[in-house]
Every structure is written in C-alpha cells, then in structure tokens.
Design a protein around this ligand. Structure first.
Ligand SMILES: [Zn+2]
Length: 234
C-alpha cells in the first residue's frame, strides 16, 4: 500500500489558544453576527485582513459553528415549555436520538442526574399533545415532568467569552483533550486535529477506509512534507 505523505502543521501553544484579539472579534460577532470584517476591524482597532484570517481560523477549528438569526418566539405566537425527562444513564443517548430531530424540541441538555432538560416551542397545542403521547410510548423514559415557560428575562448564547476562555480541542481519533502539541491536517478541504503522529496515521487509515466504503474514489491529498512524521512516543 502506498504510504500517504502527510502534510502536518505542528500546532504551537499560541495556535491552540484564543488571544485578546480573538475574544474581541468573537464578542463583536456574538453581539452582531452580521457585522462585516471591516466593521469589526474599526471597532476593535485591528486590520481587516487580521479579522478575516482570525475568523477563518476559528471557523476551521470548529469554534465558530455558524451564524443564525435570533427571532422573537412570542411574536410568532409560540408557547415554550421546559420538559424534564428521566431515564436510566445507559438509555440517555437512546432518548436523545429519539427526540433531537423533532421540530418542537429547540434545546436539549443532558444533566448529571440522569435527566434530560428540553426546551420546547410550539404554536399548535395539538402538536404538543401528540409529542407528549409519542414520548409516552418510549420505553426508556421512566418519568417526565413539564412546566410552561411564563417569561424569559434572559436569553444569551450559551458560550460565554470571559477573558480566560481558551480553546479545547479533542483529538479526532482518540478523543483526548489536546494541550500543547498536536497535528493539524487538511483532508478534502477541511482541517482535522490529531494529538500525535500515531493518531494521525490511524486516523488517515480510518478516513481512507471510510471514503472507500462510501464509494468515493478521489485519493487523499498527497503533499510533500517538510516535516516528516517522527516515530511517536505515544
Ligand atoms: Zn489522539
């Protein structure tokens, strides 16, 4: 088998962490997701290309997951309900699988005490009743409790940008939290993060296998590497 020549970019401490500029950019974007790079650049006093490259890097790493529009649920005549679902710890994932694609379910939090908190929003009471009835048929659910949301005095994005907010990336292969070192590889135009060269090799093999089984015949990109992968001390 032909060895794929990797093109790893070894991450440095700084590449893994958010600095003040990143946090300022994120705060501006959280405040106004439509702000242009130029707007942000003038507000926080850094150049537009800096804003652009920082945002791109944060998109690549998966920290910026997208931009959405915040709507007023009440203006849409919707009622919100907090629903607490209880299940055995080993069944929580199964329950989440069953509810996560329902339109009526807006947010799901898996809690430490083997419960799931869902925020539901709906216009039509009948749909809500049907949803509750469908949950009653799920054998994994041991109990349920619900309360109508009367008012929402605060509704902020869940990620809070405090000064100490740093970046935590898990190795795409073994799932370990990456600290100071890691390998960033680009496959099919997307970045993938691996904690060491062993994980990198295994991940590439797995990736290639998955691609083959998916019927994709495009080879993985082969780029001449300036940094040959050293034998790992895993
Ligand atoms: Zn790993």
């Amino acid at each position: 088998m032909k060895r794929i020549s990797p093109s790893p970019v070894y991450l440095q401490n700084m590449a893994m962490n958010l600095d003040d500029v990143d946090r300022k950019i994120l705060r501006e974007l959280q405040r106004d997701g439509r702000a242009s790079f130029r707007d942000i650049s003038s507000r926080i006093d850094v150049s537009t290309p800096t804003v652009s490259s920082r945002v791109q890097a944060m998109v690549d790493v998966g920290l910026i997951r997208g931009y959405s529009t915040l709507l007023d649920a009440e203006m849409l005549g919707q009622v919100s309900v907090a629903l607490l679902i209880e299940a055995k710890p080993s069944d929580l994932d199964k329950v989440v699988e069953k509810i996560k694609d329902e339109e009526i379910v807006r947010q799901i939090y898996v809690l430490s005490d083997s419960r799931i908190l869902c925020i539901l929003a709906f216009y039509n009471q009948v749909k809500y009743q049907r949803f509750l009835e469908s949950l009653a048929q799920v054998p994994e659910i041991t109990s349920m409790d619900n309360s109508m949301v009367m008012r929402v005095p605060k509704e902020s994005p869940r990620a809070s940008l405090t000064d100490e907010a740093g970046l935590m990336i898990r190795c795409y292969y073994c799932g370990h939290m990456m600290k100071d070192e890691g390998v960033k590889i680009k496959l099919d135009g997307k970045y993938h993060y691996l904690c060491c060269s062993v994980c990198e090799r295994l991940y590439r093999e797995k990736y290639e296998k998955l691609k083959k089984s998916a019927g994709t015949l495009r080879p993985l990109p082969t780029v001449q590497s300036e940094h040959p992968v050293a034998n790992s001390t895993h």
